[in-house]
Design a protein around this ligand. Structure first.
Ligand code: ADP
Length: 188
């Protein structure tokens, strides 16, 4: 089994790159953002519980996302591997994921580095194009703040475990994808 975490701030391009990697390497793409948005659109009990915090750019509680991820891993059974997108976002989640995967393969972390001005430009554009409720100016600032406070510390967590690889996340989609492929092929 081969597992990857695609890591980076909101707007870094995790979803776009995860999709491409998932197709070429036959990995199951697990996006907590997409899974949570599905719960909201279906108005399930979880969806109703998380919609306000998501719309404000806050983090959904660890136990909810941990359970969603654990269920998806179990549901998929025998697979080549997973690419995690938007998970983990807290140290607690990172520790949980290592426990889930300990008997298989601990994921390699590919960190997309993008400057904050570029992130804000991309997120505003996505808000205009996709109409995603959380891609508005006020919420974007909140998401970037939460990223810095709660998610960025994971970089150290994984660097200490020698599982972190940072890649320049600016350039064309294909350029960035080529950089990621080089790193994956090196480790696989
Ligand atoms: P982005 O990376 O652009 O912020 P996502 O689609 O990954 O977008 O996430 C959208 C929202 O879903 C987040 O702002 C948060 O409210 C919620 N969310 C997604 N993943 C997690 C997670 N691992 N832990 C807590 N909340 C999450």
């Amino acid at each position: 089994m081969f597992n990857i975490i695609i890591f980076g701030p909101p707007g870094a391009g995790k979803g776009t790159q995860a999709q491409k990697i998932s197709e070429s390497y036959n990995l199951i793409h697990l996006s907590t953002g997409a899974l949570l948005r599905k719960e909201v659109s279906k108005q399930t009990p979880i969806g109703r519980q998380v919609q306000t915090v998501m719309a404000s750019g806050g983090l959904v509680s660890d136990n909810i996302v941990d359970e969603i991820i654990e269920n998806e891993i179990k549901r998929n059974g025998q697979v080549a591997g997973f690419i995690f997108d938007g998970y983990p976002r807290t140290i607690h989640q990172a520790e949980r994921l290592d426990i889930f995967l300990a008997s298989t393969a601990l994921p390699l972390v590919l960190n997309l580095e993008v400057g904050s001005e570029e992130l804000i430009t991309r997120l505003k554009l996505r808000g205009q194009e996709s109409g995603r409720a959380d891609d508005n100016e006020k919420t974007i600032a909140n998401r970037l703040k939460i990223y810095t406070e709660q998610t960025q510390p994971l970089l150290n967590f994984y660097a200490e475990k020698k599982r972190l690889i940072s890649v320049n996340g600016q350039g064309s989609i294909e350029e960035i994808y080529t950089r990621l492929q080089e790193q994956i092929n090196n480790k696989k």
